[in-house]
Ligand binder design. Structure first.
Ligand code: SAH
Length: 474
């Protein structure tokens, strides 16, 4: 290691920055975050630096560097655009044993400034020893996605309870086990979902009765998006990797399922059209029962849980039975399929609104407000509409939509099996007859479909239809 990693306390300590450009500004922002007393020497300032000076946040000397500037500083940053001046400042600082950083000249630095992930009081720092700031930033952004935004508040909670936990468990081993459970269990999740008060209550309960198996579990109702695993949210991925039980149905793509914990219990609950593996009420009860056994239950849903996903019904039961839960949005099929096929759902020239409806057939018909759906200047998206497509085409025309109205069918959107079929209300059924799209398929009706040919960007790889490496198994 070329550098010794430390975190320095510079609260109310006098720190000198020479230079008033963009780089100085970034360093000063960090110094101010750490509550340093900043003295800035520079004839000119950026807009933000001027604002901070006017707010009284830093002491600005509007002139060039003078040797005395270095006296009595705890830290020096040389950020002028003149390499000679920077070198001179560094030499003075070295002579006085003051830690000094020279921008872009690692050989002159006695310390370097890492890329940081700030979840104060938790701070993670990444350094490449000055070799590549860009690489450091890249690693930083990877870590950024792994460390939930709530870690700062979680650390505050640990701080609040630290002494009491210490008093409670005399053996360090027991203490460690207790904290492990807190940081990976319900308490941490309560904090991440913004329920700090509940988290505190749960800590109290755990301290009063540390038989940890009594702890109530939780249900994570997670939207898995339309199929491409890259479209998962950070939070979805984190919860997927921590759940003890995974309750999933047909619409969840296999590669996504494979991202859940491998040692988790997996429960398949349906549903194929008219062939429900488990009735909805049974699923609702199952979720509550598992959570009450203390398990962290992942209910994984295709798309978004609150859009034709029965998410509302599932958490209704949980709420009634006092089971904690959180709901994580996912990219709904309409958004995923539209973008991956190159069909903007709204467009100033074609559609001022978009409507999502279910095209599910009940007793051979669809109970929809066809007059509304036949209005011009809008896009209508039908979920679950493949079987009912003849009804959709017939009813729209019967309510005044022209037979030439463009329509698109997107099969298994966003996945390597995606196929897009376009046509008109008059002729799309012939295409379906010929091409036989496979479910799940989304239907988009509106003039925006005309843009598809021009705006399409995503290509499913050829031959994926043959399936040997097919990532999806609906
Ligand atoms: N909650 C889900 C929708 C469930 S209803 C969401 O927000 O996306 C199931 C219907 O969604 C399917 O019949 C189909 O119309 C649509 N759908 C889901 N995933 C799809 C995909 N990858 N490609 C095309 N349509 C999809």
């Amino acid at each position: 290691m070329d550098f010794f990693p430390i975190f320095l306390n510079i609260r109310n300590k006098s720190c000198l920055v020479v230079g008033g450009g963009a780089v100085a500004e970034r360093k000063i922002a960090l110094l101010l975050k750490s509550a340093a007393d900043v003295v800035l020497v520079s004839p000119e300032l950026t807009h933000d630096l001027t604002t901070w000076r006017d707010m009284g946040r830093l002491n600005h000397q509007a002139r060039g560097f003078q040797d005395e500037d270095i006296n009595d500083r705890h830290l020096v940053i040389a950020a002028t655009d003149n390499a000679e001046i920077n070198r001179h400042i560094a030499e003075l600082a070295h002579a006085k044993r003051i830690p000094v950083n020279v921008v872009d000249q690692p050989e002159l630095c006695s310390f370097i400034v890492p890329s940081i992930i700030d979840r104060s009081p938790v701070v993670a720092a990444v350094s490449t020893g000055g070799a590549s700031p860009v690489l450091a930033r890249l690693i930083r952004s990877r870590l950024e996605s792994l460390i939930p935004a709530g870690y700062g508040r979680l650390a505050d909670l640990c701080n609040r309870f630290r002494q009491r936990v210490k008093d409670h468990f005399s053996k360090p081993e027991d203490r460690r086990l207790f904290w492990d459970r807190v940081l990976e269990g319900g308490v941490a999740e309560r904090v991440f979902s913004g329920h700090d008060e509940e988290a505190d209550q749960l800590m109290e309960r755990l301290l009063a009765d540390p038989r940890l198996d009594q702890e109530m579990g939780e249900v994570y109702l997670v939207g898995a998006g339309p199929g491409d695993p890259d479209l998962l949210t950070f939070r979805a991925l984190r919860l997927m990797q921590q759940a003890d039980v995974v309750v999933y149905d047909r619409l969840v793509a296999k590669p996504i399922l494979e991202m859940t914990r491998h040692d988790a219990e997996h429960v398949y609950v349906g549903k194929e059209r008219d062939k429900h593996a488990m009735r909805q009420e049974e699923i609702n009860k199952l979720l509550a029962r598992l959570a009450k056994q203390g398990k962290r239950v992942l209910r994984l849903k295709g798309g978004d849980p609150f859009i034709f996903g029965r998410g509302g019904e599932e958490i209704d039961t949980l709420a009634a039975e006092g089971v904690p839960f959180q709901v994580i949005p996912g990219i709904t099929a309409a958004a995923g399929c539209a973008t991956y096929s190159g069909i903007p759902l709204t467009h100033r020239d074609y559609a001022q609104s978009v409507t999502f409806v279910t095209g599910h057939l009940k007793d051979g018909s669809m109970n929809l407000n066809w007059d509304m759906l036949a209005q011009p200047n809008q896009t209508v998206v039908f979920y679950m509409g493949l079987v009912g497509l003849p009804v959709i085409c017939r009813e729209l025309q019967a309510h005044g939509v022209a037979g030439e109205m463009p329509i698109a069918l997107i099969q298994q959107g966003t996945t390597h099996m995606q196929r897009v079929f376009t046509g008109t209300l008059e002729n799309i059924l012939e295409t379906v007859e010929r091409e036989r799209p496979k479910p799940p398929t989304l239907i988009i009706v509106g003039h925006v479909v005309e843009l598809q040919e021009k705006l399409a960007w995503f290509e499913a790889p050829p031959h994926s239809e043959q399936g040997a490496t097919s990532p999806v198994d609906f």
